[in-house]
Design a protein around this ligand. Sequence first.
Ligand code: MTE
Ligand code: MO
Length: 201
Amino acid sequence: MVTRGFTGRNSAGDQLDRIPPGQHLVEHFPVLTAGPTPRVETADWKFTLKIGPRTIKVWNWNEFNALPKTKMTRDIHCVTSWSKLNTAWEGVIVDDILADAGIERPSDFVLAHSYDGYSTNVPLADLASGKAMVALNYEGQPLARDHGGPARLLVPHLYFWKSAKWLNALQFTERDEAGFWELRGYHIYGDPWREQRYTDD
Ligand SMILES: Nc1nc2c(c(=O)[nH]1)N[C@H]1C(S)=C(S)[C@@H](COP(=O)(O)O)O[C@H]1N2
Ligand SMILES: [Mo]
């Protein structure tokens, strides 16, 4: 007999509903980096908001940490096929960054840039409305260097390559410009529920 209604939350059935097609669950937190791991001290850390080539605002570590903080617990999905449930983050949601800079919607597209030269593109609609944050903490601790510390982008509803580690800039672009993996055969948008892994998916 099927008694799913009585099994409560976190039952195996509920967990399966949260795993996109072609993904499997992991308990550990894999590290995936295209090149060497940069060492970024918070004393040197800077975060820049740009519209095209124009710098709108630069925050240092203390200034950025003075922005409102938000907590988010989300499932994450890597294109290499692992998914991890209930990851807990704290950081500054993109809406609060834009508000602090006094801008709303200069264009519909954003490129995220990182200290290691990595980049990835995300439509503004997928960063705003509380959907994404610049994460500073993971599971109650400062974000580990391997996972992008001191600060990484977190866009949990897209494949995890969109969550740029060692973030140092968000740049509004006129058009949707491909980033590092998007130029190397990965999908321009990357929705795990539509299995948008590669360019033509
Ligand atoms: N700066 C930077 N960010 C990056 C990457 C990278 O190589 N450099 N790899 C991406 C990929 S492919 C994935 S799956 C996730 C992995 O994050 P993790 O190492 O914290 O699991 O980071 C993404 N962000
Ligand atoms: Mo990835």
